[in-house]
Structures are given as C-alpha cells and as structure tokens.
Design a protein around this ligand. Structure first.
Ligand code: FAD
Length: 500
C-alpha cells in the first residue's frame, strides 16, 4: 500500500493572517489528512512579508510604521509569541491614558469607560468633555425606560445604540474617536456586532446602557492591556517567518515574495495524481517557483489571506456570491507621519500615550486633518532617548481622503502645523517620515457578520479552500492571527474529507 501523498497548500498573502495560517498548517497536531505536515507555499505579491505590519529605522531607532501594539486581553497573538519563542521580547506600555481634543483643549479620557462608552456618569461629567447641559442629557440614560431584548434584536450601528441612550455629544467626542479610530471609519455606519459585540448584549438588557455595560464581565487580571515587542510590533512577522523557514525544523515551508496570484482555476480532478487547484502566478519572482517556468503552481488547498478586493477577484469564477459580497466591502486609506521633535520645543505636557481628535473638533479653526497622535517614545520606553520625542500623527478615515491629495512634504507640513498648535510647539522637527496605507481598514457595516458567515459558507463548499484576514472578524492583530489559524484548520479538515 502506498503512503498517502503529502498535500501541497498555498497561502496567498503574507500578512500576519497568512503567516499565522502557515504556522497552523505545519504545527497543527491534528493532521486530518493523515499524510504528515503539508508542503506549504506562502505567496506574497509585495517584496517583503508583513503586509500592514512594517517598521523602519527612524531617528536611530526601529519604529513601527503602522500597528505598534496588540491587545493582550485576546489570547491569539500572545499565544503565538509563546509558540514561536518570543515571549521574553514582549514589552508593556510605559504609560497609560489617552486624551481627547474637545471643547478647545486636550482633556484626559474619563475613568470607567468600556471601549469609549461611559459606564458611570460622574467621571464623564467631571472630564469636561461635555458641556454641563450635555452632561445632564446623559442622565436620561439612567432613568429612561428601556424594553431590552423585547424591543431590539439584530445588528445596529454603534452610534445608533449609544446616541439613543447617551446623546450625540458622547458619540461624537468619545465613541467615534475611539471605536471609529480603531477602524478608521465612522460609528454612524460601523456595525456594533462586528466592532463591539458587548454593546449589543448590553443594549438588549433592560434599563440603563451605562449600567449594563458596567456590569458586563471584565477581563481577569491586572496585566498589561497592550503588548509590543522589543524590536517593534512588526518584528512579530519577521520572527514568525524566520521560524517557518528554519532549516532545523522538519517542515517544508517556502515563503516567496514578489509573487502575486493572478488567477485560480479548478483542475479537472484526477483522483490519482492531479491536484485540485492551479494558481497562475505573476510578479518578478514567479518563474523561480514552478521550476519549468510556466508560472502555474498546482496545489491541493488554498488559504486566501487577502484583503477583500483581491480575494473577490480570485473567487469570482468559483463563487460569484462570495466574490460579490467581498467586492462590496469598502476600505479606508490612512497615512502616518512619524516626527522627531526636540523635547524643549514642546510646551504642552505629554501625558499618557497620546490624544485623539474627534471629527467635530477643529484645529486652528479648520476641520482637523489628524485623527490622533501617539507619543511613541513615552508609550514605549525602549524608544525613549534624551534628545528627541518621537511622535506619530495619524491622518485619514473613511470619507476623508484629503491626505491622499497631499504629497509627503505637504502632508508633513500640514500635520506638524496641527500638532504644533495642539502641543504648543515652538520650533521645527528634526526628522520626519510619511507612510501611506491605501485601502488599509475594511469597513464593517451593519450586518457585516451575517455577510461574513455567508462568504465563509460559500467558500467552504470549495474543496480545500478557506479565507482569512482583517476583512472578516476583526482588524486587530490577535483577530487576524486567529482568523489565519482557523482558516488553516478548515483547509486541513476539508482535505481530510476530500482524501478519504
Ligand atoms: C496604520 C495602521 C495602524 C494599525 N494599528 C494597529 C494596532 O496598533 N494594533 C492592531 O492590532 N492592529 C493595527 N492595525 C491593523 C492591523 O495591522 C491589520 O488589520 C493587519 O495587519 C492585517 O493583516 P492581514 O494579514 O489580514 O492583511 P495584510 O497585512 O493586508 O496582508 C495581506 C497581504 O496580501 C498581499 N496580497 C494582496 N494581493 C495579493 C495577491 N494577488 N497575491 C499575493 N499576495 C497578495 C498583500 O501584499 C499583503 O501583504 C493597524 C493598521 C494600520 C494600517
């Protein structure tokens, strides 16, 4: 009897979701195919892996150019750090607390918030974020009758739920900067079920929304809220990629950069030797993979770890329904300006990790370009140096593309101008770097999770195929890690069935 053939699996997209999928494919102990770990090809169109995770040398330090932290409360990323042996490189934030630019100045966020939503009235009233009249309006939540689940069911926008109970100023000054900021979108459109599921639970209880949110179980323990790594959050992808191709491991993983997957065709299904799928490859390094140089790679399984648009293109022939739903997911583009500023030029105290700018708070009498600012060298002590403050300014959100019309010099000048006004900076910056992130943040509209379930179900009907990444069930790094790993398990399970 011949041994079962080792499956070949392509992971399309070498972001954190794709690399996590590759890790799961080779380390998963439950080998459904019975043929040993699969042969894995990670195919990445860019000339580096990491996707939305990247870092660069800046002002003498390694600085993250996009994600600079991941949530500790969700286990997926920290578990992965343990498994790849980088737990001892985890670093907690050096400070906590964020301010909000509201009513003309920076004001610390009040205590007792649950993802930007107040759970107690008094700290909110004292924060100065709201006028006295606006604070009084919030009390209505404590007394207004609410019928709970009997009255409401299904998904709603974040703003809809909170605005109804706590009033529009709370939405605009706290919730939109925080939840909208995490997703580079607006809470008027963002799905509560997809971005803040606890809000749906709380809104379906009777009585006050603030009290219901306050009573929901909180994560246990007093450890850090966010982690980074000593060499930057982006080093997670370098370390993971390094482990995947470690010659001392028994795995057969190859990571190909500069290789895009341009089309997928289903092979005719020869059960003895034929593989199920053929990938048509493009890009500068495609010829190196297939050996005979025809640019076609035959595989048994595929994890599509791509943003929604390229995933939609590749799925169009095989599942028009999934492709249609994917193509309807909109994305927001953002840019990041990293600045090095002499500390003695900054006349405002740099408290906490930075500040957020509500879209309703102008700077210098004009609608602000910046959406937030991180005091990088305060937030991460390993970035601190006596002669420079490293400050990162974020610009752009869904519906605000002004930053895309400015070149790097103009964007730097505009963001530094706003920063100088807020922080009373007298003098210039000593170094700057602009990073563009086009199509970075998927917009989870109301009903998103229902559509995702439909996409997943349609893709599960294709043998050995699954989707992963930030387009589906969370944009944060832990969610993307979890998504990659569960897509890998789905592909293995499908190959197990298919091989029997
Ligand atoms: C500015 C910014 C700040 C952020 N801050 C945080 C933060 O602090 N904390 C946090 O948890 N998250 C943060 N995020 C979100 C998080 O970084 C992303 O959601 C996550 O990295 C997305 O990973 P992914 O693997 O799903 O997608 P991606 O990183 O987009 O990877 C997909 C990959 O697919 C490749 N690709 C596309 N088409 C093809 C093709 N046809 N063939 C082959 N390859 C292809 C792309 O080149 C890309 O590398 C931030 C994101 C940005 C942009």
């Amino acid at each position: 009897m011949t041994a079962p053939r080792r499956p070949v699996i392509a992971v399309v997209g070498g972001g954190i979701a794709g690399l996590s999928a590759a890790w799961e494919l080779v380390t998963s102990s439950d080998m459904a195919t019975g043929a040993g770990p699969p042969i894995v090809h990670v195919l990445e169109a860019d000339n580096r892996v990491g996707g939305k995770l990247d870092s660069a040398e800046f002002a003498g330090r390694t600085v993250d150019l996009a994600a600079d932290a991941f949530l500790a409360r969700r286990p997926e990323a920290t578990e992965l750090c343990e498994q790849i042996g980088v737990s001892d490189e985890l670093v907690p934030m050096g400070t906590t607390g964020t301010s909000i630019l509201a009513r003309g100045r920076l004001r610390p966020m009040p205590a007792a918030l649950n993802l930007g939503v107040p759970t107690r009235w008094w700290p909110l009233a004292r924060s100065g974020l709201l006028s006295p009249g606006e604070s009084l309006r919030v009390i209505k939540d404590l007394v207004m009758p609410h019928l709970g689940a009997a009255a409401l069911s299904g998904d709603r926008s974040v703003a809809d739920i909170i605005g109804e109970r706590l009033g529009r100023p709370v939405v605009e000054r706290l919730v939109d900067p925080l939840i909208g900021g995490i997703n580079a979108g607006g809470v008027d459109e963002l799905s509560a079920a997809a971005t803040f599921p606890a809000l749906i639970t709380a809104s379906q209880r009777t009585g006050s929304l603030m009290r219901s949110l306050g009573r929901l179980p909180r994560p246990e323990g007093s450890g850090p809220v966010f982690w980074s790594l000593r060499q930057g959050t982006a080093s997670l992808v370098d370390r993971l990629a390094g482990r995947l191709v470690d010659p001392r491991s028994a795995w057969d993983v190859s990571i190909h950069t500069g290789v895009s997957v341009n089309a997928i065709t289903q092979a005719s299904g020869d059960p003895s030797g034929g593989r199920t799928w053929s990938l048509t490859l493009g890009g500068s390094n495609a010829a190196g993979i297939t050996g005979d140089g025809d640019g076609v790679l035959a595989v048994d399984g595929i994890v599509l770890a791509l943003p929604a648009q390229p995933a939609s293109v590749l799925l169009a022939v095989h599942s028009p329904m999934a492709a249609g739903l994917l193509s309807a997911i909109d994305y927001a583009s953002v840019s990041v300006a990293t600045l090095a500023v002499p500390p003695d030029a900054i006349n405002h105290r740099l408290d906490g990790t930075g500040f957020l700018v509500p879209r309703t708070s102008p700077i210098g009498g004009r609608p602000a370009l910046m959406t937030g600012c991180t005091y990088l060298s305060r937030k991460w002590p390993h970035l601190a140096s006596a002669g420079t403050e490293l400050i990162r300014v974020s610009v752009g959100r869904y519906g605000d593309e002004r930053h895309t019309r400015l070149d790097d010099d103009e964007l730097t000048a505009a963001t530094f101008g706003e920063l100088a006004q807020v922080l009373d900076i007298r003098g210039g910056y000593s170094d700057s770097r602009v990073t563009r992130w086009p199509g970075a943040f998927p917009q989870y509209r109301v009903g998103h999770l229902v559509r995702v379930a439909e996409i997943e179900e349609a893709v599960a009907a294709l043998p050995g195929m699954a989707v992963a990444g930030s387009a589906y069930r969370g944009v944060g790094i832990p969610a993307c890690v979890g998504s990659g790993r569960s897509a890998a398990r789905a592909v293995l399970a499908s190959l197990g069935e298919f091989g029997r």
